[in-house]
Design a protein around this ligand. Sequence first.
Ligand code: CA
Length: 246
Amino acid sequence: MIRIMMEYNLEEKLNEKLNSTALKAVLFDMDGVLFDSMKNHAEAWAKAMEQHGLSMTRKEVYMNEGRTGEGTIDIFTQRDWGRDATEQEILAIYKTKSDIFNTLPTVLPMQGAAEVLDNVRKRGLMRILVTGSGQVSLLERLENAYPGHFKEELMVTAFDVKHGKPYPEPYLMGLEKAGRALGLTTPLPASQAVVVENAPLGIQAAKAAGIFCIAVNTGPLEDQILYDAGADIVLPGMAELAEKLK
Ligand code: CA
């Protein structure tokens, strides 16, 4: 009963937020939100670490999603070897991870994401990408999967920030870019945006930036982990979010 009441309140809060006339922008994370890519990342990380004599479970990949490659590797060399990785080790492990990733099946757009983006556009809201990824062909990939939805000046990638998620910097920069695009002299106020995230560290980053955070639980973690990270509401996936945006 208490749980049902709680969920009802969360849904009400979400509807209030989405229907607020003050809302101007939706900030989207990429992996696990717009693309169904986390299974591949989990497999590539787990296998690469194993090849280099380190242990990392798939669940641990999801728990660390959003951290830089270097930061991730250091956590596991610290745990297994009691020290940070050397620069050479980082390069070697990251290369193995990328090589394995490239042998895996092609990553597909996340189910329901195109509908979410279409509904967001219909509501006249800006669409902003905030990712820790540093792939050079990002815009092309987004344009292929979601034509006309993302613009280069409304993207925050690994190249833009010094302190990635869970720090608030990527999302603060997203608000800054939104403000600039709207012709403001200040960043878009956090209260006029929402974030769509799937990972604990990404949720922490969004909340540290003061933004309402919708979590879509597209991976294997328990909902509670996403709530503990600070999510304002956890939905099962993008299709359910599309439904709420109708
Ligand atoms: Ca993600």
